[in-house]
Design a protein around this ligand. Structure first.
Ligand code: PXP
Length: 245
């Protein structure tokens, strides 16, 4: 049975639209946990466009379940992560101009830095996960770098399911991307890694991925927060939890 990590960044995005104090992502974390979230995920970006340092500190103090910090390997952020010591850190690529994390981290190209950051975070007791595309070379590189976990990027499957350009979904592309995830999952498990999944997962598309045996956790943000606008965060989280059981 996979757990649910709820990404609360979007709550902070709404707050930052007015640079005010509401809605508070800390409240969102409490609501998500009350609804059964197994993990609270946040991304402290270098530009602090949503979650800020105050949020990160309060999340560390208040989250009762697992806390997962998505982070780049930027030195300033790594130092913050070392002092925060979240339960888990997920290493992601980060570009200032992107709307959200686009591709997976290229661990092959950044092997040395990934190994160094992983060692430093593991030294403070944080489980290190790398957000990567479901490719054998990336999985091997993450394992070689000392990561204990990987999060397979489910964005290609999500885009196949609902093409972002408004095009028609292709059954072949959906099947191909699911196959890639299945193969990546098996490779990750074979390498002795904990395997998570995330990005672009929704109430509509999560089932085929959730049915795959072996995923430990799914990190889901946009779809849950979008639904919460209409049904409230507690119901939105509880409904997603039922879908990934
Ligand atoms: N996993 C990672 C590594 C991410 O960067 C994000 C987006 O912040 C998510 C999961 C959640 O993606 P979504 O908001 O599309 O559910």
């Amino acid at each position: 049975m996979a757990g649910l990590g709820v990404n609360i960044d979007h709550v902070a995005t709404v707050r930052q639209a007015r640079r005010t104090v509401e809605p508070d992502p800390i409240w969102a974390a409490v609501e998500a946990e009350l609804a059964g979230a197994d993990c609270i995920t946040f991304h402290l970006r270098a530009d602090r466009r949503h979650i800020n340092d105050r949020d990160a500190m309060l999340l560390k103090q208040t989250v009762h379940g697992r806390l997962n910090m998505e982070m780049s390997m930027d030195e300033e952020i790594v130092k913050i992560a070392e002092s925060l010591a979240p339960d888990q850190a997920t290493l992601v690529p980060e570009k200032r101009e992107e709307v959200t994390t686009e591709g997976g981290l290229d661990v092959v190209a950044s092997a040395k830095r990934t190994a160094e950051v992983t060692e430093r975070l593991r030294a403070v007791g944080t489980v290190v996960s790398a957000f990567i595309d479901p490719e054998k070379s990336q999985i091997t590189a993450a394992s070689d770098a000392g990561c204990q976990a990987i999060e397979l990027h489910t964005g290609c499957y999500a885009n196949a399911y609902l093409p972002p350009d408004g095009g028609k979904p292709s059954a072949d592309e959906i099947a191909r991307t699911l196959e890639e995830l299945q193969t990546g999952l098996a490779a990750g498990l074979n390498a002795g890694l904990i395997v998570h999944g995330g990005h672009g997962l929704t109430y509509n598309n999560v089932a085929p991925v959730a049915e795959m045996e072996g995923f430990s956790e799914f990190n889901i943000g946009h779809s849950i927060i979008a639904r919460a606008v209409f049904v409230g965060l507690r119901d939105a989280v509880a409904e997603m939890k039922l879908l990934i059981l």
